[in-house]
Design a protein around this ligand. Structure first.
Ligand code: NAD
Length: 478
């Protein structure tokens, strides 16, 4: 018997959770449910995280969490419970299978059967944002080697376990050579360990276009957080409906399972909602806890019910569907089909579908790190970069000198174009004059002198070489 934490959530949440639990319990799932309250009521009671401390204790103790969608109240100050849960519990992998249910659910892509594996903890979702000048705000995009290794390995292990033929990686490393470049590099490294699984990399823009047009060209797709967030919704939608997709959030210790859609408050309390998305999440949960036979039984019964044309309003289509049902009746139809196989769809076989057992990340030996310059960012309301250069060059000394100024990344000094639009946010790059290296004291001196000259410095970024390889981007146009 596995004890799981259940949160019924808001809006349609309680109805679809009741339906889902009724189905999996009827199928014989050996689970014990421990319920917690999360979401709107908790937020509105003044808890900005949407979950009480005692509830965290339950989630952490049980390690497996089945969560219905919640409503995040409008207005500032409320933290997304999903993002916090994923990060607190180290749920680094988000898995979303998106398969067509043609001809029973309308889709332009009858052959589609893809699984999106999205990195779930880092990238722009680290949520580190600052306003730096009147005109410019920034969001830090953090990509780590452990983050990349864990998610890419997860994708290949998933492919191996579920007999998938190919893993594709989407990044934009032609532009973000350091961050997306690392993701791509790690993908290439790890792909070599799986010679029987095909691998390929696509630049995200053309890859996304291809996925939206010809999804059958893909199998498993792995990508950084933001791209995965956007494209997994696109994939679910073009497969048939966002209402049909579930997702698993997997960590080394804990896991959370959910539907990908929200709480649909306008549909709440009317016995209208489709419980399929949450049910798909629950099926992944059953596999995760080793209840593979029950997972298989539920999935086959669900496929059979969809085939029989017993549909909730969101996928109901005259001519294809046979009966329009509510949430409860849909669940009853699935329960009545338990033990039956689908006739048109291929029955699933989850005999090998248990939780993946991945090696723990091993930290590599540190590289030789050398400080070779510094970017000092300056808030300056002028418009002529030559004027700023004159001022900032006063900071030059025997050890360091100004080598370049960029504005929003594009080089504007020396030899800038007068056509380039400039904001009040300038990056001034200082490089050593004599030796190849600079010292931390040089940076402190630069900042001190800038302060004396009333130059408004807003931040610095150190320029490093790791093992002799430069580890920062050039200015655009440099
Ligand atoms: P939504 O997914 O709740 O609804 C979008 C549309 O899809 C609506 O027209 C709705 O009627 C329909 N729909 C969604 N799920 C359905 C289902 N199971 N059956 C039938 N129809 C369904 O998105 P939204 O309206 O943008 O968001 C509503 C609330 O949900 C917001 O407060 C949002 O913050 C929250 N939300 C929560 C989660 C989560 O908890 N995981 C995810 C997304 C949005």
């Amino acid at each position: 018997m596995t004890r799981i934490t259940v949160a019924k959530g808001d809006g349609i949440g309680p109805e679809i959770m009741d339906a889902t639990l009724a189905i999996i319990l009827a199928a014989g799932a050996a689970i014990e449910v421990e319920e917690i309250e999360v979401g709107e009521k908790v937020y509105l009671a003044g808890n900005t995280a949407g979950i009480a401390k005692e509830s965290w204790d339950v989630v952490r103790r049980n390690k497996v969490f089945l969560k219905a969608p919640i409503t995040t109240p409008q207005g500032g100050g409320y933290k997304s419970l999903n993002v916090t849960t994923r990060k607190f519990l180290g749920l680094y992998s988000n898995v979303r299978p998106c398969a067509s249910l043609h001809p029973f659910v309308k889709t332009k892509h009858p052959e589609m059967d893809i699984v999106i594996i999205r990195e779930n903890e880092e990238d722009l979702y680290a949520g580190i944002e600052h306003q730096q000048t009147d005109e410019v705000v920034q969001c830090l995009k953090l990509i780590s080697r452990p983050g990349c290794e864990k998610i890419v390995r997860y994708a290949f292990e998933y492919a191996k376990q579920y007999g998938r033929k190919k893993v594709t990686c989407f990044t934009k490393d032609n532009i973000m050579k350091q961050t997306d470049g690392l993701f791509h590099q790690v993908f290439d490294e790890i792909a070599k360990e799986y010679p029987t699984i095909e691998n390929e990399h696509w630049i995200i823009d053309i890859g996304a276009a291809k996925m939206a047009d010809t999804p059958e060209a893909f199998d498993v797709i792995v990508m950084p957080n933001l791209y995965g967030d956007v494209l997994s919704d696109v994939a679910a939608q073009i497969a048939g409906s966002v209402g049909l997709a579930g997702s698993a959030n997997i960590g080394e210790e804990c896991a959370m399972f959910e539907a990908i859609h929200g709480s649909a408050p306008r549909r709440a309390g009317q016995n209208l909602a489709n419980p399929s998305g949450l049910l798909q999440g629950a099926i992944m949960m059953l596999n995760h806890i080793g209840e593979t036979a029950v997972a298989e039984k539920v999935q086959n019964a669900w496929l059979r019910t969809i085939e029989e044309g017993i549909h909730t309003y969101d996928i109901f289509k005259e001519g294809i569907s046979t009966e329009k049902v509510g949430t409860k009746e849909f669940a009853e139809a699935v329960i009545a089909n338990l033990g039956k196989q689908p006739e048109t769809f291929k029955p699933v076989n989850y005999s090998k579908g248990t939780a993946l057992n991945l090696p723990k990340y091993q930290r590599k030996a540190p590289a030789k790190k050398a400080l070779v310059g510094v970017d000092i960012f300056v808030h300056w309301a002028g418009t002529d970069p030559n004027e700023l250069a004159e001022k900032v060059q006063l900071l030059n000394n025997g050890d360091v000198k100004l080598s370049m100024i960029t504005n929003r990344g594009i080089k504007v000094w020396p030899d800038g174009f007068k056509e380039t639009f400039c904001t009040d946010h300038w990056r001034c790059r200082f490089k050593p004059t004599m030796s190849h290296h600079i010292q931390k004291q040089d940076i402190i001196q630069l900042l001190y002198d800038a302060h004396e000259l009333s130059i408004d410095t807003i931040k610095t970024e150190n320029l490093y070489e790791f093992d002799g390889k430069s580890a920062y981007s050039l200015g655009q146009g440099q």
